[in-house]
Design a protein around this ligand. Structure first.
Ligand SMILES: NC(=O)c1ccc[n+]([C@@H]2O[C@H](COP(=O)([O-])OP(=O)(O)OC[C@H]3O[C@@H](n4cnc5c(N)ncnc54)[C@H](OP(=O)(O)O)[C@@H]3O)[C@@H](O)[C@H]2O)c1
Length: 296
């Protein structure tokens, strides 16, 4: 592997990145010669009304999975399910705010009623907004923990007992490379994803030997509605389809953790070695005037 890195300062938008020249292994695709392991399996994707979750649902359907989708926006879920069905696939939807335990339980029960026992859960629903300093926007931080952390845990709760009793299943969460470094102006989001990683890691070890795999997929920047508000350069930006490819590749191989794209993952690792003053200086304008979106 060729590995040479240089520090690039994205001035104006205030981001510092270590950019690496690293031979990148693309996701090896899910079209390998083996029969597709998701065929006829019931796959449940939360946060499937847009972005990565939408691409995951479409790709799973293409691989022959029966796809259950959950999010809050009914019309978008309906559209997604209709397009899967009109292509000959099997799909069902249920609406829920995954940050609400009762709604998540009810939505998963509805999907199970329509499609059968869940073989694969991808807890993908998530929200992200900057963490402000003056004043501290605690409600936004609470919302990120409610959806990103508890939403993931509630979805797992809704499928796990059945997987344990059937001694089979796959659980995955779409976390983030942000889990690996607390960044100024993003501490709430980074902390929520770090919590997801720690939870799933512990769960994975606890489930050892029970036939259930636990996979953490940690993307860098992906072009979705979540990032369209960003007015700074997003290195190694992936499309939602590319991100979904990566996620499914990792789940299929029962990977513990997949960080992607590889070059962005190295940048995050190397950023962890930088002194605080350098990161603070590089992200000064971001920290002072972050792009704000509406958490809904
Ligand atoms: N885009 C990136 O650069 C990036 C990078 C790393 C990780 N991620 C992670 O990837 C995941 C998907 O994000 P995305 O980029 O695809 O963004 P997105 O297009 O905004 O999708 C977010 C999805 O989550 C759903 N959602 C949000 N809050 C919800 C709630 N309370 N209950 C149920 N569903 C909810 C949304 O549906 P409704 O609004 O219809 O509920 C939507 O389907 C997130 O976990 C995000 O943190 C994204």
């Amino acid at each position: 592997m060729i590995f040479a890195c240089r520090l690039i300062i994205f001035d104006g938008k205030g981001y510092n990145f270590l950019l690496g020249t690293i031979e990148e292994q693309p996701p090896r695709g899910d079209g390998a010669p083996m029969p597709h392991p998701f065929h006829n399996h019931v796959a449940l994707v939360t946060g499937a009304s847009s972005g990565i979750g939408h691409s995951l649902a479409m790709q799973l359907a293409k691989h022959g999975a029966k796809v259950g989708v959950i999010a809050r926006r009914r019309e978008l879920l309906e559209e997604l399910v209709n397009s899967i069905r009109s292509a000959g696939g099997v799909a069902a939807f249920a609406t829920a705010d995954v940050g609400r335990r009762d709604e998540t339980q009810a939505a998963v029960a509805e999907i199970r009623r329509q499609l059968g026992p869940i073989d694969l859960l991808i807890a993908n629903a998530g929200v992200g907004t900057p963490t402000l300093l003056e004043p501290l926007n605690i409600r936004d931080v609470e919302k990120m923990f409610q959806v990103n952390v508890l939403g993931t845990i509630y979805a797992i709760e809704a499928v796990l007992p059945e997987m344990v009793s059937r001694k089979t299943g796959r659980i995955a969460a779409v976390s983030s490379l942000a889990a690996f470094k607390g960044l100024p102006g993003e501490s709430g989001y980074c902390a929520s994803k770090a919590a997801v990683n720690a939870y799933l890691e512990g769960l994975r070890i606890q489930l050892h030997g029970r036939g259930i795999s636990v996979t953490l997929a940690c993307p860098g920047f992906v072009k979705t509605p979540m990032t369209e508000i960003n007015d700074f350069s997003m290195p190694f930006l992936l499309s939602a389809d590319q991100a979904a490819d990566h996620v499914l590749w990792a789940i299929r191989r029962r990977k513990k953790m997949h960080r992607f794209p590889r070059r962005m993952s190295w940048i995050v690792r190397l950023t962890g070695l930088l002194p605080d003053w350098m990161i603070a200086r590089g992200m000064k304008s971001y920290g002072e005037k972050p792009p704000m979106n509406d958490l809904g």
